[in-house]
Design a protein around this ligand. Sequence first.
Ligand code: IPE
Ligand code: IPE
Ligand code: MG
Length: 265
Amino acid sequence: MPQSLSSTAEISGKSIIPRHIAIVMDGNGRWAKKRFLPRVTGHRKGVEAVRSIIKACIEQGVEFLTLFAFSSENWRRPEEEVTFLLQLFVNTLEHEVTKLNENGICFKVIGDLSKFDARTVTFIRQGEELTANNNRLIFTVAANYGGRWDIMQAIQKLMIHSPGLMENFEEADLAKYFAMSYAPDPDLFIRTGGECRISNFLLWQLAYAELYFTDTLWPDFDAQALDLAIKSYQQRERRFGRISEQLQNMPVEKGMTKIAAKKKF
Ligand code: IPE
Ligand code: IPE
Ligand code: MG
């Protein structure tokens, strides 16, 4: 296949610090169970881990952080857990959006918001607007998100907005309708909690991400654990289909190499 037909050919170079980290925050329930506590306590504790990972990402010089908070499959959980998770999401937003803004963080939500009540959607949109011009970290929460939903809704938008293209369209025509079209593809995918699966997260966007799985449960995932994940990432050779020898003399693409610009939170 000619190189120009695959968008993954455009991603190249070695990045010292991943520009974009995407995390499946898993293991809250087991964290609580180990302590004979209700699962919801694990979810509450998980919010604290979110705060510390946002701070750690800024300090490491990560530009984009995307967290999977609630999947399109999580509706299958017991009703009271679903209700708790959605309420926790709304309460956390209400408490944190101002702080995110004060810290120069741009906040975004991706996912099918049609299942959320109007008040929550308005609150999300207001938070996004308030923080839109911040660029210290682009922090995205995936809520009622599914990778397949994302691909389907992008195809639907393409059909509506560019019906003439349906006979012959390229990746870029479709990619602009993905929920995360504002971000580069994740460089590093992390899943806590010991499971080694993607669970319908960013299916398209993870095409060439480096995958990192850890047994650490999400509430225990801290700055040091993030550092280990980044160190593992730094050991990887990202070839994007090439062979090792080709990488030696390859110019590093602008923006791909990022010397750890330590920032103060
Ligand atoms: C992740 O923790 C949080 C969400 C999926 C919302 P879990 O609730 O899946 O925790 P485990 O996997 O049961 O330990
Ligand atoms: C994935 O975790 C979704 C989120 C972290 C929001 P789950 O715990 O729901 O994943 P599976 O179903 O065990 O794969
Ligand atoms: Mg789980």
